[in-house]
Design a protein around this ligand. Structure first.
Ligand SMILES: [Mn+2]
Length: 502
């Protein structure tokens, strides 16, 4: 019966154990780590805990392994185990891993008895050299720039930052602080997505919301770093001519990027992956709250390892999993929902009206405006719907939240056109919002009509007028075809029996 012997229970050994524990033949693990042994036993693996990797231990069970994998994290354990295994099981295939920090003599002794030797430091150095050229000089350059700033560094994300941008800023901020900088993590716009706010709050990230109208505020900073974007004034509100010290980004740049230190690697799925690499190269241990954020950043940016994901993203995530607070991630991704939110989502579903591929829903009075965004998100899952707008009234103000899928309609622009004159509106192509004071609506004061129907007719009409006047941009959204003209489109968008709004 083929048997396998694995020495070690750290992450490398664990990867080997997972790969070979397929139920064919006996698997025996030797480790000095009681805690990890317990975890393995829970998974049904046969484990012996020992500090001694000599003949007595390895003879304890009567097996003649066909494969021996020596893969503990400790080079001295690996040398002892590999040499004993070579003596006792001369015919076995021996895979030997050096672990980190092996001396030259330990490496030589392992090499002498290994059929295959794996040296993580050599592998890493090789990979870094491939991906960024000579790595040592880059690290020195980044350190040099950080030391040179020697004052207050603003690490700036792109507008309305996503988890990748936020986590990258937090991570770079940590490295800058260790290099002696005073650090502020800054962004323009909002962190509006409920999940992203939970992310920032739960991990207690301290972020500064900059005001685009207050240029003087920038004078307090001695240096600027951009993460997850690469040019001042493009996807942030910094002046275009602001001198930038550091850029770390994974998006391919459209124009040459100017900064004292530039790291653009478009081959990876997330800026967070690049930051993991810096911690590794600088030998700085990742604090839990930062590891958690970076892992979430990679997962969100790669759509859970499905979009533009690279081997580097997987490797970075594997390191982060060891340090991250998985319970916190769970709470960020599946926040508990309040009864109020649930009933607003319920009302949004009940009250929905569909106009072609656009869904509108008025939920009436509300006490929690965040629920609107969640309702607009949920309703976007409805078959055939490409844009949703959910709104309700709180403290004399109408709050509107809209979501879209695909790029044929720019919701931010649409809401600005529809409500910019009578209130405030803004956002992105796929996610936008507006606020309108009730007082500006005709008929509200004399209340000839119920408030609810006034709000509904104003909001629905204004939004649909804008969407329809740009309906050429929505062509193709109906049945995925574009053969019919604008008139036909409008007819389909506003069915004949719909006279409620007029
Ligand atoms: Mn990103």
């Amino acid at each position: 019966m083929p048997s396998r012997l694995v020495v070690g229970a750290g992450s490398t050994a664990r990867a080997i154990i997972d790969a070979v524990s397929d139920g064919h033949g006996e698997l025996w693990v030797l480790t000095d780590d009681e805690h990890r042994a317990e975890t393995l036993r829970e998974d049904g693996v046969s484990v012996t805990v020992t500090d001694e990797f000599g003949r007595a231990t390895m003879r304890e069970r009567d097996i003649a392994p066909v494969t021996v994998a020596v893969a503990s994290d400790d080079p001295s354990v690996n040398v002892a185990a590999a040499e004993t295994a070579a003596e006792l099981f001369p015919d076995a295939f021996r895979l030997c891993y050096t672990g980190y920090g092996a001396t030259d003599s330990q490496r030589d002794r392992l090499d002498a008895v290994a059929d295959r030797l794996v040296d993580p430091e050599a592998v890493l150095t090789e990979r870094l050299r491939e991906s960024v050229g000579e790595p040592g000089s880059r690290i020195r350059n980044l350190r040099g720039v950080l030391r040179d700033i020697d004052g207050h560094l603003a690490v700036v994300t792109h507008d309305n930052p996503d988890p990748d941008a936020i986590a990258s800023a937090v991570a770079l901020g940590e490295l800058a602080a260790r290099a002696g900088c005073e650090v502020s993590l800054c962004y323009y716009g909002d962190i509006s997505h409920q999940e992203n706010r939970a992310f920032v709050n739960l991990l207690e990230y301290d972020l500064v919301n900059l005001d685009a109208d207050d240029a003087a505020a920038l004078e307090t900073y001695d240096g600027f770093a951009l993460v997850d974007h690469s040019r001042p004034g493009v996807n942030d509100q910094l002046p275009e001519d602001l001198p930038i010290d550091i850029v770390i980004d994974h998006h391919p740049p459209r124009l040459p990027v100017e900064a004292r230190y530039v790291d653009l690697r478009s081959g990876v799925g997330a800026t967070s992956t690049l930051l993991v690499d810096y911690f590794e190269r600088l030998g700085v241990e990742l604090p839990e709250h930062i590891a958690t954020g970076l892992l979430f950043g990679i997962r969100v940016d790669t759509k859970d390892f499905r979009r533009e994901v690279s081997a580097e993203d997987f490797l970075a995530a594997a390191q982060l999993v060891e340090r991250a607070d998985m319970d916190a991630l769970q709470r960020i991704e599946n926040p508990s929902v309040s009864g109020e939110t649930l009933s607003i989502i319920g009302r949004a579903i009940d009250n929905r009206e569909e106009e072609g591929s656009v869904l509108l829903s008025c939920v009436g009075e509300l006490s929690d405006r965040d629920a609107l965004a969640q309702a607009a998100d949920r309703l976007l899952d409805l078959e055939g719907i490409h844009a949703t707008m959910v709104y309700g009234v709180l403290d004399g103000t109408i709050f509107v939240s809209a979501r879209a899928r695909g790029a044929d309609i720019d919701l931010g622009e649409a809401l600005r056109d529809a409500f910019g004159q009578i209130g405030s509106a803004g956002g992105h192509a796929d996610m936008a919002g507006a606020q309108i004071a009730l007082g500006v609506l005709d008929g509200v004061d004399d209340r000839e009509e119920p408030l609810h129907s006034i709000v509904k007719s104003v909001v629905n009409d204004r939004f649909l007028d804008v969407v329809q006047s740009r309906s050429h941009r929505l062509l193709g959204r109906i049945d995925g075809r574009t053969e019919f003209g604008l008139d036909e489109y409008v007819k389909r968008l506003r069915p004949a029996d719909d006279n409620e709004r007029s």
